[in-house]
Design a binder for this molecule. Sequence first.
Ligand code: GLV
Ligand code: MN
Ligand code: MN
Ligand code: MN
Length: 401
Amino acid sequence: MTTATELLTAIRDVGTDPRRGGYSRHGFDPSELELREWFTAEAGKRGLDVEVDRNGNIWAWWGAPGPDALVTGSHLDSVPGGGAFDGPLGVVSGLAAVDVLRAKGFQPGRPLALMVFAEEEGGRFGVPCLGSRLLTGATPAAAALNLKDQSGDTFADAVKAAGLDPARIGRDEQALSRIGQFVELHVEQGRGLIDLDAPVGVATSILAHGRWRFRFSGQGNHAGATPMGSRHDPMLPASQLVLSARWAASSVDGSRATVGRIEPTPGGTNVIASTVDVWLDARAPNDGRTRSVVERITAAAKQAARDEGCELTVTEESYGDAVHFDSALRDELVTALGNVPALPTGAGHDAGILAAHVPTAMLFVRNPTGVSHAPAEHAEPADCEAGVEALAKVLEKLAHK
Ligand code: GLV
Ligand code: MN
Ligand code: MN
Ligand code: MN
């Protein structure tokens, strides 16, 4: 028997980012490939049969593959400078739960699989949950293959280098149809469980969520030789966008808007930028409110671009409507676990993509810092074990049927 904490300890040196702190593990980069190999070996040690689907998602089967399989899993990639738990906790908890069930002599009455989804954070190619979006067809192959990372490599290049066939990327009905129910365990990314004084909870919903790229184009020029009155500096409307995001999300109930990434070109201290790309992450409890926040921000950005004599183009890079998890499955989990609390989340997950196709549920493990997508993200070993116990109980209950 191995604990979740021991498994996380085994991978703690993979993909560390000394410059940013924390981890930078991105889809199909050397660190994520190393973690995928590590997972494959751990699954092999447990006698699970490992396969990689057409989109690079890993499946480790206890028993023959599908149909009506009970599947649990999460991801191994991170945001730039992310924490150790977002993603990997769900993956290692699946391995540890298999150990718990094996030690009890449990034999699943239906196929059971552990999954590792590819590029969940979109940290490399910009689209979150890319592995589950491709599997389900939520993102078409044609849109994914041309996505570029920061060094100009396409998603097609990356999957090819990982040994996959770019021509076979895309909706995989055969693989998807094997999933009967899906349960993802994840570290909580807010303070819900701290406030409820509970180590484990069950998810109710996920906010609607999109990412937009705003490209402001002006006139690149000399920082010293260009009088203030003759500039077309795209950094000005870009700054207005940042301020508008705070203002717009503060005025629409339950919404959030974030600018976490800006790229001026060419990016020199003594150079007025010729273009500035700004990425907006916006979320709200429903589609209407999300769209309303983005419309307000866009209107303010357009006005600021006009005032500075700059051009603006806006591209929606990804979007997903709000998710309300299957209430019958959620109630089953709550009952199986002895009335654990149910709570919403603002974070996105592969479970949210799968929820449009199969009954889906999530378990959250308390995060004592309340911080995520940053090195301070944490889960205490005792809470990780409570998570594994909860996952094992849920798998046992659901796989008995
Ligand atoms: C992914 O973790 C997201 O919610 O951005
Ligand atoms: Mn995340
Ligand atoms: Mn995650
Ligand atoms: Mn996520």
